[in-house]
Ligand binder design. Sequence first.
Ligand code: ACK
Length: 442
Amino acid sequence: MAQSSLCQPMFLLAFTHTPKRLASDIASDQGQVLVIVTAAVGGFTLLVILTLFLLITGRCQWYFKAKMTAEDKRQTDYHNGHVPFPGIKTYVDPDTYEDPTQAIHEFTKEIDPSRIRIERVIGAGEFGEVCGGRLRTSGKKEIAVAIKTLKGGYVERQRRDFLREASIMGQFDHPNIIRLEGVVTKSRPVMIVVEYMENGSLDSFLRQHDGHFTVIQLVGMLRGIASGMKYLSDMGYVHRDLAARNILVNSNLVCKVSDFGLSRVLEDDPEAAYTTTGGKIPIRWTAPEAIAYRKFSSASDAWSYGIVMWEVMSYGERPYWEMSNQDVILSIEEGYRLPAPMGCPVALHQLMLHCWQKERNHRPKFVDIVSFLDKLIRNPSSLLPLVEDLQSLPESPAEDMDYPMFISVGDWLDSIKMSQYKSNFMAAGFNTMDSVARMSIE
Ligand code: ACK
């Protein structure tokens, strides 16, 4: 036995006759090996899982981006800074779609061309003729429509730009925004069908009817435009080319904002001129910050709205008359503002001047403009004081004036969201509306 045990190989001896300490070392070695193996297997598995996860989510992201719906895009816009109002949809820029035809599908209705009857040409657009005609609705009713056509021989970019306006218009639903009936994209000619506006563009309509309307009628038109603009600004849409030529008027004198398409709008606009910064801008209608560094916003739209007010109250006069664009820019910079047109109520010229404040945050919001005009309409005597009457009056104390004041200075400041200046006005002695009316722009 002893012999045989002597003959055992050394390693066996080591196992059979090892001291206690040596056995625990080996056990610890075994443990370490086990830990290393487990860690390696675990690490590898984790790596595989991680890779699979990245691959799947990466693919999903790509897939979801391609499949992004308008709602997702609205959410993206929200995270990019535009805060939507609860219950109010926000505008989605069709350019955020990888495939612009997806935006067309999402926001417009395809119309079967057999339902359209083109009757006459009413004008010319950059992309083709604008026609008048009839559309048979799904309820078998016939309605008057305007049909914008895309002339033959277009390139893909022109088709996309043309239809872009439809995918913008199709997102809006408001009585003061031109309504899109649908599009024809599956046959030629490609068409955009919109509601018919019997009186055409506001600028030419006013020129043709110089002096024909009451102040209340004019204020009613302005109220409509402001309401349409409030809707657009609530949706986060900046028009950039608000001008009387881009407002359409129907047979009931309802004014509707039209001509959508951001940069393309400016490309089309004969009033748009190239600036030193390279953009094409309708100088006379545009806020200084938008001309200087392309800072377009609802506040710059409010500036343009003030110019539209001036166009309306002057029956389509050209803003700044024959002044050159350069002179307009310099004059505005020096503090010059358009004077009140003949027959313009003080209250309306004051509102224009507010829209033309250099500091864009001081301009009224469209919601303020609508409520201010509503107050005027509800109290027509507030429109009696005309700027020229005030100018012809001797320097008499305000209390001596025999026309009714429309609202207090406090009310007026509240309505244009400038309540914080009440004490400044009072301290400076502007405690009646006619003293405010006499206030110079400086
Ligand atoms: O001033 P107008 O008669 O009104 O001439 C122009 C012309 O087409 C070129 O734009 C008229 N127009 C545009 N859209 C419409 C519409 N929806 N309803 C009636 N006329 C329209 C515009």
